[in-house]
Design a binder for this molecule. Sequence first.
Ligand SMILES: [Zn+2]
Ligand SMILES: [Zn+2]
Length: 179
Amino acid sequence: MRLLVIVPVGDADEGLLQALADDLGPRLGMECAVGAGLPLDEEWWDADRCRYLSGPLVDALLERADGSGHDPRECWWLGVAEAELCAPEYDVVFGEATVDGPCAVVGLASLRAPSADGVPTLWPRLVASAIHELGHLAGAEHCPNPRCVMYPSRDIADTDGKGNSFCGSCFQWKAARQA
Ligand SMILES: [Zn+2]
Ligand SMILES: [Zn+2]
């Protein structure tokens, strides 16, 4: 895996996403850059939940990936949307990743929820959510350890509890990179 392209979706702050790229690159051993933005499409709006559906956003990223000329085994795409996301089965999702593809998304707006102790948490939540979705792209599944980054987030307290590293038993990023 050589390149990770972070795609700002909607009004996502490019400075924040550049900081994310700078953080994730060395952490994952990948080249990491912020790519061209993608507008939020009103067709993705779920009027019942007042959130955007994550599925068609992932599909739009897949289209971008397909048209990019990059080998999907050599390039991942992470959309970061300034929006709250949902899915047909879930009222809120913090992110979604393709099972056999190179694309994942994270919704920023849900990460702005206040934390239990009032400490600003957007940055650690964003890093943890991004690594969680990229872990899926590397083949990791959900982990029952609530401290592990692959623990599934049902709510923001789950995200705040899990940190951004893989537990010793479920998955090792290095192993995935070498595979
Ligand atoms: Zn997950
Ligand atoms: Zn784990």
